[in-house]
Ligand binder design. Structure first.
Ligand code: GAR
Length: 196
């Protein structure tokens, strides 16, 4: 079994796509062993009972946009108990710092709603539209200390047509994410099993 821990902050539609893929037998030997959320009311937490996976809110500490200090140590220690092979940042809206990255070195992947290296950071879909781009997309990449800059594991392109609304393009990007992220996890799990 390849142990997957998912971190998120909100709706959890990507966590749901991963769990649906698992239920459908499309995740290979990967199995989600825990969901962690930094928002107590996030919809994502409802996935726990629905899919019979442990789902926890963990207090994110005093910072609004990053995980650092005592809270970071608590997150690291709690997640380590689940012995994850991979940690998936699926809509986790907080910057993770070198101590966390070191604790799970080479095991953290992130989903980002743009064709990186274009539009790292926030509001990526809106920025692609405002720039008049004819396409955007989503990227799964390894997490390194530099934000949204680690090696790319996979991308899916999404067209932007003239007259599209932000909602329409967002829906298209989400649909692409829901394919790309489970497929990438499966590939990583397959590759890990081949190495053992
Ligand atoms: C996704 O679109 C993901 O790409 C984005 O948050 C959304 C989470 O949706 N992530 C980032 O912007 C990270 N900087 P979800 O909670 O429904 O999975």
């Amino acid at each position: 079994m390849v142990r997957i821990v998912i971190l998120g902050s909100g709706r959890g539609s990507n966590a749901e796509a991963i769990l649906n893929a698992q239920e459908a037998g499309q995740l290979g030997l990967a199995q989600v062993v825990g969901l962690f959320c930094d928002q107590p009311d996030a919809l994502m937490l409802k996935l726990g009972p629905r899919f019979d996976v442990p789902a926890f809110y963990l207090h994110p500490g005093k910072f609004k946009t990053k995980l650092e200090g005592e809270a970071e140590t608590h997150w690291i220690e709690t997640i380590q108990r689940l012995q994850p092979d991979f940690i998936v940042l699926a809509g986790f809206m907080r910057v993770i710092k070198p101590p966390f990255i070191e604790a799970f070195k080479g095991r953290i992947i992130n989903l980002h709603p743009s064709l990186l290296p274009k539009y790292p950071g926030l509001h990526s879909i809106q920025r692609a539209m405002e720039a008049g781009d004819a396409e955007t997309g989503c990227t799964v990449h390894w997490v390194t200390p530099e934000i949204d800059a680690g090696e790319v594991l996979g991308q899916e392109r999404v067209p932007i047509a003239k007259g599209d609304t932000l909602d329409e393009v967002e829906a298209r990007v989400h649909a692409a994410e829901h394919r790309l992220l489970p497929a990438t996890i499966r590939r990583l799990a397959d590759e890990l099993m081949l190495r053992h």
